[in-house]
Design a protein. Sequence first.
Length: 210
Amino acid sequence: MKRTPTIAQISIMLIALGTIAITAFVAWQRIADTGITETAEGPGLSAAVKIGGPFALTNHLGKNVSDTAYRGRYLYIYFGYGYCPDVCPTELANMAAAIDALGPQADKVQPLFITIDPERDTTEFLAEYVAQFHPRFIGLTGSLEAIAAVAKSYRVFYRKAKDENASEYLMDHSNFIYFMGDHGRFLTMFRGGTNPEAVAKTMAKYIGKG
Ligand code: NI
């Protein structure tokens, strides 16, 4: 028999959707404070503040890695969490599509998924999770402090969403994808939901400039 949602269930859903919209807006406001502006060409964004910096994390194979481990490669970075029901999977699929659209230049780009929920996103979990999206993805996790530090340097906002009724918690988080140069310098960032082909074209321009 088909279940028809009750008014109460619909109300809860609407409240949840409203909360997500407000959270996204607040996250956008916070990052907007950092002087983010559209770049003249392509869909990329520039920032008036420093974005990125050193990190010390653990990859999905259990190996300790720092930012210098990836020198010589462009970094294509997303912050999210494995239990995210919709936003993160959509963005990771978009990133995989952008990587494929880059063609041979993709070899110069390392896609990274950095969890903002290290309590659940263990190395074992991340190994299975990132492989679902692209074989070249590397998942990174770490201590709560290490994750807080890297998120701060990338101006990433995140927090546990309070919901006493749910057995599993959700995370609120900002939704930007970062593109860093092969020497670790910030190049540009993209809003979540940006067309993968357009992202690939922008990345190719930066890679072409060297
Ligand atoms: Ni998410």
